[in-house]
Design a protein around this ligand. Structure first.
Ligand code: ZN
Length: 455
C-alpha cells in the first residue's frame, strides 16, 4: 500500500456531565473524527481538464471530517465533509455498502458531502475523461481511492463508537463573495464592483450553520455551508480552496473545534476575481468571520430528534448518446475525445446505454422543524432558493453530496443552455443533456421525502 492515511484520534468529548442538563430533556449524542487525506505521492488533481501533471506540493493538508449524531430515540446519522472535488457512484456505493455491513447504516443516514475543491485528489471513475492519464497514473488514482474508501468507513465507525452527550444549535450567517458566474463576465467584475454596479443573476449568500456543544457547553463542531465553487485556485498544490482556509481559521481560533464545510447549491456560483492564493485566503477568512458572527448571536436549539429519508429519483436524459453522436462530439476538446472513445468501446463491446439516471436525494429533519436537504451532483442555486420558499426560510439545501452525477440545471438554466445547462458527457454519462423536466422531477422527489420526515 503506497498511500498512508494519518488516522487522527477521534475526539472524545470529555466526561459526561449529565447534571448540567435538565433530567427531563434527553440529549443528543455526538462524536467527531477526522482523517488526513493529503496524498503522500504525486497524484493528479481533480476538477480542471487543463492540468497536465500530478500535484507538486501543498498549501495545507486535506481532510475528511465526520460528525456522528444520535437522537434521543437512538436514530443515528453521519455527516461527512471532505476536501474532495467529488466522488463517483462506485465510491459512493462502496462506502454505503460497507457502512451497512459494519455500522448498520442505510443511505438515508449517510450524508456524504464534498467541498468540490479543485485542488484535491482525482478519484477513481470521477471526471476520469478530464485527465490524460497513462496506465500507471490511473492505477495510482485507483489505489488511492480504494484505500480512502476503507479509511473513511473505519473513521465513521470510530466516530459512532465515541459519541457522548451533546446539544445542537442552528442558525444562518451571511457572506457576500459568491457571484453568479453565468451572468457576470469575470474580466469585467473588478470594473463593475469598483463602479458600484449591481451584479446580475440569482445568488444565495446564506451560511447555514449547525453547532454542536459538549455537555460542558463547549463548542465541539460546526458544520457550515456556502454556495460558491471552490475553484479559485488552479495550481499544482493541494488545498481545500477558500473553504480550506475558512476551516483552518476556525480551528486555529478554537483548538477543540472541528470545523466542517459543505458546498450548498453552488453549481453556477463562483468567486470573482480569483486565481491567487491571497484572494482565496481572503474569501476563506470572510467565510470564517461569517461563521464567528453567527456563533456569537443567539441560535435556535435543536431538540434531539432526527428523521432521515432517501430515494433515487429517475432523471431521464434528453437523448441517449449513439455512436454517430459520439463521433460528432469528440471535436469539443481532448477530454471529449477520451469520453467518446471510451463510450464507443463500450458500445462495441455490446453494451446498451440507459435512458435515465438514478439520482440520489436525501432529506433530514433535525428537531421539530430544521430541514436539511442533500441532493447529488452540482445543482444550480435556484434549487436552494426554491426549497427555502417551498419548505420554509430556514430550510438548508446542499448539492455536492452522494455521487458527483453532473451539473443539475433548473428549468431556467436548462432553457438558457450553456455550460451548467448540459455537458453531461464530462461526467462520463451517456448523454449530453437532461430531459427538460429535470427540476420538476427533483422537486417532486424532495417533496415526497419532506412529507415523509414531517409525518
Ligand atoms: Zn463544478
Amino acid at each position: 500500500m503506497h498511500w498512508r492515511f494519518w488516522i487522527g484520534a477521534a475526539l472524545v468529548w470529555g466526561p459526561v456531565l449529565s447534571g448540567l442538563l435538565p433530567a427531563a430533556q434527553p440529549a443528543w449524542k455526538a462524536g467527531a473524527a477526522r482523517l488526513k487525506i493529503t496524498p503522500q505521492e504525486p497524484l493528479w488533481m481533480a476538477g480542471f481538464a487543463s492540468r497536465d501533471r500530478p500535484a507538486e506540493g501543498q498549501l495545507h493538508d486535506l481532510w475528511v471530517k465526520i460528525l456522528a449524531l444520535e437522537s434521543a430515540d437512538g436514530h443515528r446519522g453521519v455527516v461527512i465533509t471532505s476536501d474532495l472535488c467529488g466522488i463517483s457512484k462506485a465510491t459512493y456505493e462502496s462506502v454505503c455498502k460497507e457502512l451497512k455491513t459494519r455500522c448498520g447504516l442505510d443511505r438515508s443516514q449517510i450524508k456524504f458531502t464534498y467541498s468540490h475543491t479543485h485542488s484535491g485528489p482525482a478519484l477513481r471513475e470521477c471526471l476520469q475523461d478530464y485527465y490524460a492519464w497513462d496506465d500507471a497514473a490511473r492505477d495510482r488514482v485507483a489505489q488511492y481511492t480504494l484505500a480512502l474508501e476503507k479509511a473513511i468507513v473505519e473513521k465513521i465507525a470510530s466516530a459512532l463508537g465515541n459519541m457522548s452527550d451533546a446539544t445542537i444549535w442552528a442558525t444562518e450567517g451571511t457572506a457576500d463573495f459568491a457571484v453568479n458566474r453565468r451572468n457576470n463576465d469575470e474580466s469585467q467584475i473588478d470594473k463593475l464592483l469598483a463602479g458600484g454596479e449591481p451584479l446580475k443573476g440569482p445568488v444565495d449568500h446564506r451560511v447555514p450553520l449547525l453547532a454542536v456543544r459538549g455537555s460542558d457547553g463547549r463548542l465541539r463542531a460546526v458544520v457550515f455551508g456556502y454556495a460558491c465553487h471552490t475553484s479559485m485556485l488552479a495550481l499544482y498544490e493541494w488545498s481545500g480552496d477558500y473553504a480550506g482556509f475558512a476551516q483552518l481559521a476556525l480551528e486555529e481560533k478554537h483548538p477543540d473545534l472541528q470545523a466542517m464545510f459543505y458546498q450548498a447549491c453552488g453549481g453556477d456560483q463562483g468567486a470573482m476575481p480569483r486565481r491567487t492564493v491571497e484572494l482565496t485566503r481572503k474569501n476563506g477568512l470572510t467565510l470564517a468571520a461569517a461563521v464567528e458572527r453567527a456563533l456569537a448571536q443567539p441560535m435556535r436549539p435543536v431538540a434531539p430528534r432526527l428523521k432521515t429519508a432517501f430515494d433515487l429519483v429517475t432523471l431521464p436524459f434528453e437523448k441517449t448518446i449513439t455512436a454517430e453522436l459520439l463521433r460528432a462530439s469528440s471535436n469539443i476538446g481532448p477530454h471529449y475525445q477520451r469520453w467518446a472513445q471510451r463510450m464507443l468501446e463500450r458500445l462495441d463491446a455490446g453494451e446498451t446505454f440507459p435512458s435515465s439516471y438514478p439520482y440520489a436525494v436525501q432529506v433530514w429533519q433535525l428537531g421539530a422543524d430544521q430541514l436539511w436537504i442533500s441532493i447529488g451532483g452540482e445543482p444550480v442555486v435556484d434549487y436552494s432558493l426554491k426549497f427555502a420558499e417551498l419548505f420554509g426560510r430556514t430550510t438548508w439545501t446542499n448539492g455536492f453530496s452522494h455521487d458527483l452525477t453532473a451539473y443539475i440545471p433548473s428549468r431556467r438554466v436548462w432553457d438558457e443552455g450553456g455550460y451548467e445547462g448540459g455537458y453531461l458527457g464530462e461526467y462520463g454519462l451517456p448523454a449530453m443533456r437532461w430531459a427538460g423536466d429535470v427540476e420538476d422531477r427533483i422537486t417532486a422527489g424532495v417533496q415526497r421525502l419532506v412529507d415523509r420526515v414531517r409525518e
